[in-house]
Design a protein around this ligand. Structure first.
Ligand SMILES: [Zn+2]
Length: 393
């Protein structure tokens, strides 16, 4: 995703905020309709039915009619996509959008003539009802047919042009990598390397926690509260930025270095793994998987896999993670006793020793129990060994 700082004039900002409010209103209506649904009732209205309802609502409400139909319709379309993601198990249930948070709208049917460059550092984009809005031309702007405008908690506007990145060719050597989301905010690769989701520096994290405590104490509606809230939102926005950069760089690197990239199937993970423990290893990483770390890991991880699938189409495989932490990657023996501790794996059958996370990553790389879900290529024979450098135990 190519994101740029958008710099609307005060008059344009008012229009953009109106777009956001209407997109949020329509989205929340869709959430409400969905929440009425219970098993046994006729299904909640789908996208087409909702579009008809939107037309009726626009006829009845001046406020909606004055706004952009495209913005409102795309909010419905986004919601429909969110429901598809929810049923696919990769995302949570779409929830209410709050003013001042998750603010944004999408514009489609963008033509090349809707984006133009003014100078080396400045560009302009056509936004319905707002006109030409300037943005910082901080890097090349991809040819794109849609964009999304967002406002973060710190009050900054961004524009993101949706563009599926060009596929990156793999090395062509059939090498396979497996990745196991293990401890805290890192994931282990079957090569023994660690993938660490970038987060705020310890000093900034402390500052963020301090601000959050202050925020809890500050009186509602006070100036102080607004100031503290803005400062906290800026830090959070910075964190989100670094995580997105991390996902871009890491996905490019992995797509270039490996031909097949195997990851845990998130849908199955949700069922077998939780902060409270897993079916196969109760209580693994309880503390690390709870709270802020879990949130960082989850969003960083989801983004990474999404970008990997764009950059390495057909080369990303989702593997059932069951027993990956109990199976010996050297001899294949499965035993809970082999898992000596959170950090160490020592096979009770053959004596093979390895970092527990790397052992799990090797099992994932070997592609055991690859699910056929979503049209991903089914892995080869179960005993096929991944071609990767073995690491010292
Ligand atoms: Zn063994």
């Amino acid at each position: 995703m190519s994101r740029y700082r958008l710099c609307p004039s005060p008059a344009q900002e008012a229009v953009l905020r109106e777009h956001c409010a209407q997109a949020r209103y329509v989205w929340n209506l869709a959430v409400e309709q969905q929440s009425w649904w219970r098993p046994g009732r006729t299904s909640a209205p789908g996208y087409l039915e909702q579009c008809r309802q939107l037309t009726a609502a626009r006829a009845a409400h001046d406020w909606l009619r004055a706004g952009s139909q495209m913005v409102q319709q795309q909010a419905l379309r986004d919601f429909a996509q969110a429901m598809v993601n929810f049923f696919a198990g990769t995302h949570g249930r779409p929830s209410w959008r709050k003013a001042g948070r998750d603010e944004g709208f999408r514009i489609v049917a963008v033509k090349p003539r809707h984006v133009r460059r003014l100078s080396r550092k400045t560009g302009e984009v056509w936004v319905p009802k707002a006109g030409w809005v300037r943005f910082r031309w901080s890097r090349a702007v991809p040819a794109s047919r849609s964009y999304r405008v967002t406002r973060d908690g710190a009050g900054r506007w961004h524009i993101a042009f949706a563009a599926i990145p060009e596929p990156i060719p793999g090395p062509g050597t059939d090498c396979v990598i497996g990745i196991d989301r293990g401890v805290a905010i890192s994931a282990a690769m079957s090569t023994g390397e660690l993938l660490i989701v970038t987060q705020l520096s310890p000093a900034r994290q402390r500052r963020l926690r301090r601000l959050q405590r202050k925020l809890a104490r500050a009186g509602r509606g006070s100036d102080r509260r607004a100031r503290v809230k803005l400062a906290a939102a800026r830090l959070k926005a910075r964190e989100t930025d670094t995580r997105k950069d991390w996902a871009e760089q890491t996905s490019t690197d992995l797509a270039r270095r490996f031909d097949v990239i195997r990851v845990e199937d998130l849908k199955i993970c949700q069922m077998t793994r939780s902060a409270k423990g897993t079916v196969e290893a109760p209580g693994r990483n309880i503390r690390q998987k709870s709270g802020l770390n879990r949130e960082i890991l989850r969003s960083g991880w989801g983004l990474l896999v999404e970008r990997l699938e764009h950059k390495a189409p057909g080369r990303v495989e989702r593997v059932n993670p069951a027993f990956t932490s109990q199976r010996c990657s050297a001899c294949g023996h499965v035993a809970a006793e082999s898992r000596k501790s959170q950090a160490l794996f020592a096979c009770v059958a053959c004596g093979f020793k390895l970092s527990a996370d790397v052992n799990a990553a090797k099992n994932i790389a070997a592609g055991h129990a690859v699910t056929a879900r979503g049209g991903f290529r089914v892995a080869g024979p179960v005993n096929r060994e991944p071609q990767l450098a073995l690491l010292p135990a």
